[in-house]
Design a protein around this ligand. Structure first.
Ligand code: ADP
Ligand code: AMP
Length: 222
């Protein structure tokens, strides 16, 4: 089963993906995490995408499509996937729809987490991440047990350089212009479900998992 999480930056995609991937035994693939790892490793790809990420613009479609499709191919044995942050444009969604059938797969369902822009800014500016395991925290809403330290592996937490208010505003512009039209794209395919993302992490998780269970009951593990 291949699920896609949609929603603005800061909606809670990564937070929910960690839970959903465990609950439904899916492999969590975050395009942002993949790109940040390339940058951390100092690869040519990492250097190429840095100037887009730093200002809150999307990296070119051909670049991200090649990287993510290669991962989906390499890790096919992993079984189902939960895609987080990809696709982010209609061109990316079309590339995914063209590529998956070659290995007998397709997107089963997209889940959109709906959060207003004002709340996104608050969530993102307070976000901290573990650079080792990518676990997501928030200084007020999801604080670690010990300030500034990952609960899982003890690494010092970091504030992403693109998690400033100025860059978030640009990322929101990119989201509304380039990613929001994907909702209609998947709606036309009968694969679109929207949930209210403003409740607690638990409440949002309940809505998302109910949608996945409903899909499984209706169409099975396709
Ligand atoms: P995304 O992957 O969509 O960019 P994240 O999962 O990284 O979003 O969440 C953004 C920030 O909001 C994080 O700091 C996270 O701890 C916090 N967060 C996530 N879900 C909720 C929620 N339901 N209520 C309050 N804060 C949340
Ligand atoms: P994220 O971690 O999802 O917030 O992504 C961080 C940054 O990585 C974005 O602001 C983009 O610059 C880039 N990025 C991640 N995924 C994509 C994608 N599917 N298409 C284009 N750019 C992406």
């Amino acid at each position: 089963m291949i699920l896609v999480l949609l929603g603005p930056p800061g909606a809670g995609k990564g937070t929910q993906a960690a839970r959903l991937s465990q609950a439904f035994k899916l492999h969590h693939l975050s395009s942002g995490d993949v790109l940040r790892a390339e940058r951390q490793n100092g690869t040519e790809l990492g250097r190429q995408v840095a100037r887009f990420m730093d200002v809150g613009e999307l990296v070119p479609d051909d670049v991200i499509v090649e990287v993510i499709l290669a991962r989906l191919e390499q890790e096919r044995a992993a079984g189902g996937f939960l895609l987080d942050g990809f696709p982010r444009t209609e061109a990316q969604a079309r590339s995914l729809d063209r590529a998956l059938p070659r290995s007998g797969r397709k997107v089963a369902l997209t889940l959109s987490i709906d959060v207003p822009d004002g709340e996104v800014v608050d969530r993102i500016t307070g976000r901290r991440i573990c650079p080792a395991c990518n676990r997501v925290y928030h200084v007020r809403y999801q604080p670690p047990a010990s300030e500034g330290t990952c609960d899982d592996d003890g690494s010092p937490l970091v504030h992403r350089p693109d998690d400033t208010e100025e860059v978030v505003r640009q990322r929101l512009r990119a989201y509304h212009r380039q990613t929001e039209p994907l909702e209609a794209y998947y709606h036309r395919q009968g694969k679109y479900t929207r949930v209210d993302g403003t409740g607690s992490v638990e409440q949002v998780f309940e809505q998302l998992s109910a949608a996945v269970r409903e899909h499984l009951a209706r169409l099975g593990d396709d």
